[in-house]
Design a binder for this molecule. Structure first.
Ligand SMILES: [Zn+2]
Length: 138
């Protein structure tokens, strides 16, 4: 699966994640899915109700209003994103354990290297996390 995200949505995630650090930041992604390309058209910034630097839980109320907004906007839920303030962009054991949807893309933004934030997308199925192709488009 190839995933695309616009530069401005990438920046939106980055600004929010930097603001929330050292806590993990999180949210949802939505858009369209066709011909093997998953196009992110909107990102949602949600509250990490865990308020920790090691894992995240999406605020259920915000999650509901985001899903309603997706329906209203004709966007498909594509997965979620979260930040790793001090670790690399790869799925932790906890991330894999909590990734229930194998049709979703799981984006992880690493802020470990301040000057070079790294965003990767993962497909998780049967306890295995595989990196997907992620392209940042203008
Ligand atoms: Zn994680």
């Amino acid at each position: 699966m190839k995933v695309t995200i616009t530069k401005s949505d990438f920046d939106k995630i980055l600004v929010h994640a930097r603001k929330e650090a050292p806590l993990e930041a999180c949210g949802l992604i939505a858009g369209s899915d066709h011909d093997g390309i998953r196009e992110i058209q909107k990102v949602y910034l949600l509250t990490n109700v865990d308020h920790t630097s090691e894992h995240f839980s999406l605020d259920p109320k915000e999650q509901l209003s985001a899903v309603l907004d997706m329906r209203k906007s004709g966007l498909k839920p594509l997965g979620n994103w979260h930040s790793h303030p001090a670790s690399p962009s790869r799925s932790s054991q906890e991330d894999i354990r909590l990734a229930f949807d194998h049709t979703a893309s799981y984006l992880i933004l690493s802020l470990m290297d301040d000057a070079h934030p790294v965003l990767h997308s993962f497909h998780v199925e049967n306890g295995v996390s595989e990196q997907e192709e992620l392209v940042i488009v203008e």
